[in-house]
Design a protein around this ligand. Structure first.
Ligand code: ATP
Ligand code: SF4
Ligand code: MG
Length: 693
């Protein structure tokens, strides 16, 4: 897995190559270009840094040079634009020299806190058990001490020196870093890539350094910048109370010296105070930009109050077979928002692929697809003719299938296959009609100078195929499985779609190539602003990749939530079962949990919760059809960010500590009915335009 600050990457064949992550620098530059606040933050930080570094060259006076009786207010006319202090020393020069120490204390102290705290947090979080207990109790004790008193005590014991102040202030931040790091490590160590690293024989130290630490960087950067600002204020307080030698100009010391002259000479303390305030603001603004640049996954977290890109209401798909009607998808509703990876997860046969194929009307003729609505950018897809759907497929919504070896035409070069999709859908001057395509296919081939061929090469490059010019002329069988799947992704991007539906895009690949392909998808989502519907049966993949998740079972939805909520607090017994069945790095279980029983037959499926034969909490209401219950911790969130399709969440069902129903009060059935009525609509449309039963 390519981690956030890794300098190790893999090429498309999985070989290790080394290089600096210039993409992160590019992301940072992009963030700064885009974000006005980041620009202000960077300008402030650079100005103060330059002033501090160049103080000996730029300061107009020696900061210690005194001119008795020369107390002077700020003036643009004289030699002292920021005035002088009570000893006649130039305030501008003292502030420039003071910046050197204040910034050094800020960065130095927080670095001390970070080095010690992050180490403690990593060890505590990664090893857990008694090591975690002991280390975190020490941190608790540290937290309970008043840090300012400790800092004063340390400076008193070891003397008034700059380094003592740095260590004294830094000591106060150890617990902040330790707690944040531990919290991050606790969740990261359960991730599949950490597990994969262990499975390929990496030692603990290597896993911590290569897999865990880089992924804690984003929150630590934010903490670092917040604390640098706090450390500068702490230095000011300490100096005010006598931390650094009084003769050394620091912003804190300047502030302290000015306190006796507040009424006669306000500028002596107000101007250093202002400098501290502006620097703190600048560092915080720049810290936000750094966080945005480094937090790869959080980019594109959807705003659920935006218009959804895709809105699916009450989708039902059935197949007529000799044995009877298969209800493959049974009343599924969800939305996909711009710029998100929406995961659909569930056991084999739960209806994930049929859901995706129904949206694009790609199913066999024995199928019936109906829904209250399948709206893409506000337009009802089910009302579109087949010709109109051809423009949607590949142009607006692309699909990536599980097996790259069967998704590509074996007798066409990969360049031709990508160029053709580009001509078909993207705004290209080249004609993409039937006869021109036939001519290209059987007589001339695509011109290597054409826009579509050039775009094909560009796309191969974007998805990480080395030497794309040469590769574009090769046939699918000449490429490895991982490369073929990259080609399929390039082909999916060629029509410039807004949504990519990826149906188990990595199942046919080995684990290291899987991580690269998933990373590629997330990067593309971030860089090209496409949304992704990612179908998988793998909870680890969901955790690493998705912003929101829908859990499916037997053609129905069981739960929908953001990935963080789903993993932190799964509400549905089926989701809880799924999560119990994945291995964790800290597992001391001899056997993984299994959900006993099998998926029900979808032919003439009985009404009620399809999971009830396997659910140890089933109760008398479970033969009622499932409805969407709001399970958000924030009950004001509109629309609901966490939905559970389980009657245990009915407002009129009381549960005990084990989550079993103990009492059903009046109104429970009425609540089910009212939610069913809410979910119904007169607008039911059939994909083939036929009558609804
Ligand atoms: N053409 C068809 N005719 C009849 N039944 C079908 C047809 N296509 C799919 N089904 C049934 O629909 C149900 C859902 O299948 P689907 O392929 O959507 O499952 P899935 O969740 O994608 O599973 P997997 O993880 O194995 O890909 C299954 O029971 C399947 O047998
Ligand atoms: S509705 Fe009933 S059977 Fe279904 S998951 Fe909830 S408790 Fe279990
Ligand atoms: Mg499938």
């Amino acid at each position: 897995m390519m981690s956030i600050l890794s300098i190790v990457e893999y090429d498309s064949d999985g070989a290790t190559v080394f290089g600096i992550r210039t993409d992160l620098i590019e992301r940072l530059v992009d963030t700064i270009k885009r974000d006005f606040k980041a620009k202000i933050g960077l300008t402030i930080v650079l100005t103060f840094l330059a002033a501090a570094i160049l103080a000996p060259e730029l300061a107009p006076f020696d900061p210690m040079a005194q001119e008795f009786g020369m107390l002077q207010a700020p003036t643009l006319a004289g030699d002292h634009p920021l005035g002088t202090d009570s000893y006649g020393r130039d305030l501008l020069s003292r502030i420039m020299y003071g910046a050197r120490i204040s910034l050094l204390v800020g960065v130095g102290a927080v670095s001390v806190g970070a080095i010690v705290g992050v180490t403690i947090g990593l060890v505590a979080g990664y090893y857990g058990s008694w090591i975690d207990d002991v280390l975190m109790r020490i941190i608790d004790i540290m937290w309970a001490f008043p840090w300012l008193l400790i800092a004063i005590m340390l400076v008193a014991i070891f003397g008034q020196s700059l380094w003592n102040v740095i260590f004294a202030v830094g000591f106060a931040y150890v617990d902040d870093f330790a707690r944040i790091t531990r919290g991050e490590v606790l969740s990261i160590r359960e991730e599949e890539y950490a597990l994969a690293a262990k499975s390929v024989g990496l030692g603990d130290l290597q896993i911590i350094a290569e897999e865990v630490l880089p992924n804690t960087v984003a929150p630590l950067i934010v903490q670092f910048t917040v604390l640098v600002a706090r450390a500068m204020l702490a230095e000011a307080t300490l100096s005010f109370l006598g931390g650094v030698k009084p003769t050394t100009p620091t912003w804190g010391a300047l502030l302290g010296q000015g306190r006796n002259f507040l009424t006669q000479a306000w500028w002596i303390s107000v101007i250093p105070g202002l400098m501290i305030m502006i620097t703190v603001l600048g560092i915080n603004l720049f810290g936000d930009a750094l966080r945005d640049a480094f937090d790869v996954k959080d980019e594109g977290v959807p705003n659920m109050n935006d218009e959804p890109l895709l809105e699916v209401r009450n989708l039902r798909t059935s197949f007529k077979t000799e044995r009877g009607t298969v209800d493959a998808v049974d009343g599924v509703s969800f939305e996909i928002y711009p710029g998100e990876v929406f995961g659909v997860v569930g056991e084999s046969g739960s209806g994930k692929s049929v859901t995706a194929l129904s949206l694009l009307q790609l199913l066999d003729s024995n199928s019936t697809v109906e829904a209250d609505a399948v709206r893409f950018k506000g337009e009802n897809l089910l009302a579109k003719s087949d010709a109109e759907m051809q423009d949607v497929r590949g142009g607006e919504i692309s699909m990536i299938f599980q097996d790259p070896s069967t998704s590509l035409n074996p007798v066409m070069t990969i360049g031709e296959q990508i160029a053709e999709v580009y001509r078909q859908h993207a705004s290209s001057a080249e004609s993409g009609g039937f006869w021109p395509e036939m001519k290209r296919k059987y007589v001339t081939g695509t011109s290597k100078k054409s826009e579509s061929w050039q775009r094909a090469i560009e796309l191969l490059d974007i998805v990480g195929i080395p030497d794309p010019e040469a590769r574009a002329t090769e046939y699918p069988h000449q490429l490895s499985g991982g490369m073929r799947q990259r080609v399929v992704i390039a082909q999916a991007l060629a029509g410039d779609p807004e949504l990519i539906i990826a149906d188990e895009p990595t199942t046919a690949l080995d684990v290291s190539i899987e991580a690269q392909i998933l990373n590629e998808l997330v990067d593309l989502k971030n860089d090209y602003d496409v949304s992704v519907m990612l179908i998988t049966h793998d909870m680890g993949v969901v955790r690493e990749t998705c912003n929101r998740v829908a859990v499916m079972y037997a053609g129905e939805l069981m739960e929908q939530a953001t990935d963080d909520d789903l993993f932190a607090e799964p509400h549905h017994p089926y989701t809880q079962g799924l999560l119990g069945s994945i291995p964790r790095i800290t597992d001391d279980r001899e056997w993984l949990d299994v959900i006993e029983g099998t998926v029900p037959d979808l032919i003439d499926k009985p009404a009620g919760c399809p999971f009830r034969d396997r659910c140890d909490r089933a109760f008398e209401m479970c033969d009622q059809p499932l409805v969407a219950y709001d399970a958000s911790s924030d009950s004001n969130s509109e629309p609901s960010e966490h939905t559970a399709y389980c009657h245990l969440h009915n407002d009129h069902v009381e549960t005990n500590a084990d989550g079993h129903a103990v009492d059903i009060t009046e109104g429970a059935h009425a609540e089910v009915e009212s939610k069913r009525v809410d979910a119904k609509s007169d607008e039911m449309v059939r994909a083939d335009g036929g009558d609804n039963q």
